[in-house]
Design a protein around this ligand. Structure first.
Ligand code: CO
Length: 200
């Protein structure tokens, strides 16, 4: 079973079922992608962007990493962002975190986890930026709170990139959304929405 044949079987089933409903689906998609949304989410296997939003192939451009972090020196995330904004002309950028995020949890703990601690350092910074709110929150609520604060911080990071700043200056209509997903009930919730500050 080292060849993962069951995944190829699943794939064939999936492709055939789509072609049954829409024979030209793949032909059409192969010529062009013009997704309206960029999704920046956690790599967690329980938060698959397409499935939880019922979006089809071609409808959402996706970037995922541990704890949905947007770092200004991360060429990978910035390249995705730039391509989405400048070439694909996405209309919406969704930063989606989730409750129960292992990356956020690890950032709250004192013990070391190896290389990943350097990545999670960015989430520890989120605690520092919001120290008062974090300290004043009841201990049992801090994990949820930090998952939410992390989304808002990453939304702010997206908005502060030269990519978004220049797109907005050029008058592009792009909205940045901060969402959070609950693994326990499968429900998405909006935390904040940021639009072009140059437009009233
Ligand atoms: Co996560």
């Amino acid at each position: 079973m080292k060849t993962l044949q069951h995944l190829f079987d699943n794939n064939l089933d999936w492709a055939n079922s789509i072609k049954e409903q829409d024979p030209d689906f793949f032909k059409r998609l192969s010529k062009l992608q013009s997704p309206e949304y960029l999704w920046i989410g956690c790599a967690d296997s329980r938060v698959p962007a397409n499935q939880i939003t019922k979006l089809q192939p071609g409808e959402v451009f996706v970037h995922r990493n541990i704890a949905n972090v947007v770092v200004h020196t991360d060429l990978n995330c910035l390249s995705v962002l730039q391509f989405s904004v400048d070439v694909l002309n996405v209309k919406h950028i969704i930063v989606c975190g989730h409750y129960g995020c292992g990356g956020v949890k690890a950032a709250m703990e004192e013990e070391q986890h190896g290389l990943i601690d350097n990545w999670l350092r960015h989430i520890r910074d989120v605690i520092r930026f919001n120290q008062e709110e974090y300290d004043n929150s009841p201990e049992e609520k801090r994990f949820d709170l930090l998952c939410e604060l992390n989304v808002k911080e990453q939304v702010s990071n997206v908005c502060n990139t030269t990519i978004l700043q220049n797109a907005w200056k050029a008058g592009k209509d792009i909205t940045v959304h901060g969402w959070i997903y609950s693994i326990e009930d499968g429900i998405l919730r909006s935390l904040e929405t940021v639009t072009n500050p140059n437009q009233s």
